[in-house]
Design a protein around this ligand. Structure first.
Ligand SMILES: [Zn+2]
Length: 185
């Protein structure tokens, strides 16, 4: 296993923590001098916080360890291509390298929609490697979304059944009301 794969495995472990919470499974670790100094996983729904992305949490922790907002000579491993906010934070933190598992064509800003990480116009460019343990990173996400679809379908069906049951009850109440009025006459 290469060094990149070894640390991506650690990021996948973080993604599985998000999965266990019912969150979109995305995980991140930050490595400095061959040691993990920050870990994070998506907790957006749990924390009800837009900022609770895996990368932001990992950057916060790594900055505390480094006692510096600059994460120079650090490598950030993330299971899914960063969004615009996280890619921006990675550049702002001067992270030297970013290793991406799966790409995210619908929202990614590490080369899919934008490439914030490598824009020559900014004062800092990140060295990026993509597609590390891509299938493994993707399979965690695919499993999550497959199960979410099943859950949504079941909830929809339950809602429909409840509405049907309520409609039947309403008809019964209406009928009984009619009958009682009939008796009173
Ligand atoms: Zn993000």
């Amino acid at each position: 296993m290469t060094r990149d794969e070894r640390y991506m495995k650690e990021a996948i472990k973080q993604a599985k923590k998000a999965y266990a919470l019912g969150e979109v499974p995305i995980g991140c670790v930050i490595v400095y001098q061959d040691k993990i100094i920050g870990r994070g996983y998506n907790r957006r729904n749990t924390d009800k916080n837009t900022l609770a992305h895996a990368e932001i949490t990992a950057i916060n922790k790594a900055s505390r360890v480094m006692k510096d907002w600059r994460l120079e000579e650090c490598t950030l491993y993330v299971t899914l291509e960063p969004c615009q906010m996280c890619a921006g934070a990675i550049v702002q933190a001067r992270v030297t390298e970013t290793v991406i598992g799966a790409m995210n064509p619908k929202a990614g800003c590490g080369g899919s929609i934008l490439n914030i990480l490598e824009m020559p116009e900014f004062n800092h460019q990140v060295i990026v490697r993509r597609g590390i343990l891509e299938e493994e990173c993707q399979s965690v996400l695919k499993k999550f979304f497959r199960e979410l679809r099943v859950r949504n379908r079941m909830e929809k069906q339950q809602r429909r059944e409840k509405q049907d049951a309520e409609a039947v009850l309403q008809i019964k109440i209406d009928d009984e009301g009619e009958n009682q009025r009939g008796e009173n006459l």
